[in-house]
Every structure is written in structure tokens, then in C-alpha cells.
Write a protein that binds this ligand. Structure first.
Ligand code: 5GP
Ligand code: ZN
Length: 115
């Protein structure tokens, strides 16, 4: 298995886990796109929302609902944005589903259409 997030989960690639439970773990993104940029990574490997089993969906629900309980630890008190890139147009580069957590500054919401 060559998945970078599975390797981080197993400790084969070092990365500080800021939070971990039976469903997921949270690390800092190695290439931050905002003042605070975390990744919430479900422990089970699957690529797309479309690949979620019912069990994965329940684990994902628990994981998403955990985030607001971590606002103080992660410095999300002023708000945050969750992003899930899916497939080519979104530029997904790691094919293990993950949620970007962006925070720590006012977050632009750019108009991405070509003008
Ligand atoms: P995607 O482009 O698939 O939505 O997001 C993948 C994210 O994983 C990128 O923001 C990238 O910076 C991050 N990333 C890739 N490899 C590593 C790594 O080894 N460690 C950490 N902490 N983040 C990584
Ligand atoms: Zn994986």
C-alpha cells in the first residue's frame, strides 16, 4: 500500500497527530494554504465519497461532528472552512479521503470561473 496517509497512520511517515480516535486522526498539512491548515483523515482507506460504505458514512459523521469540539485545541474559534477535493477537476492528489480544515484568518471565497 503506497498511500501516504495510511503510512502516516501506521507511523511509517512521521507526522504529529494533533487528535486521534477510533475513526480518524488530524495532522497539519505539510504544505499549508492558510494560516492554519489541518487534514482530518478517516482511518479506513477509501478514495471518494462515492466509495463510502454505510459503516464509513457513520464513522465520517462521527468524525465531522467531532471537529466543533476541537475548536479551542486547533485554534478554530473564529471560524473555519472544510474542503473535500474529489477527483481531477478538484485536483485531488492523495487518493485517501480527507477533509481539509482551513482557519486562522479571514478566508477568501474566490470566484473560480475563467473570465
Ligand atoms: P488533496 O490535494 O488530495 O485534496 O490534498 C492532499 C493534501 O495532503 C495536500 O494539501 C498536501 O499538502 C498534503 N500532504 C501530502 N503529503 C503529505 C504528507 O506527507 N504529510 C502531510 N502532513 N501532508 C501531506
Ligand atoms: Zn490510505
Amino acid at each position: 500500500m503506497s498511500c501516504v496517509f495510511c503510512k502516516i497512520l501506521k507511523g511509517e511517515i512521521p507526522s504529529e497527530k494533533l487528535y486521534e480516535d477510533e475513526d480518524m486522526f488530524i495532522i497539519r498539512d505539510i504544505d499549508p494554504k492558510a494560516e492554519k491548515h489541518y487534514l482530518m483523515i478517516p482511518k479506513r482507506h477509501y478514495k471518494l465519497i462515492a466509495d463510502m460504505t454505510k459503516e464509513d458514512g457513520l464513522a465520517f459523521q462521527r468524525a465531522i461532528r467531532k471537529i466543533p469540539t476541537l475548536t479551542e485545541n486547533l485554534g478554530l474559534q473564529s471560524g473555519y472552512r472544510l474542503v473535500i477535493n474529489q477527483g481531477d477537476d478538484a485536483g485531488q492528489t492523495v487518493f485517501h479521503l480527507h477533509v481539509h480544515i482551513l482557519a486562522g484568518q479571514p478566508l477568501d471565497f474566490p470566484d473560480l470561473r475563467k473570465k
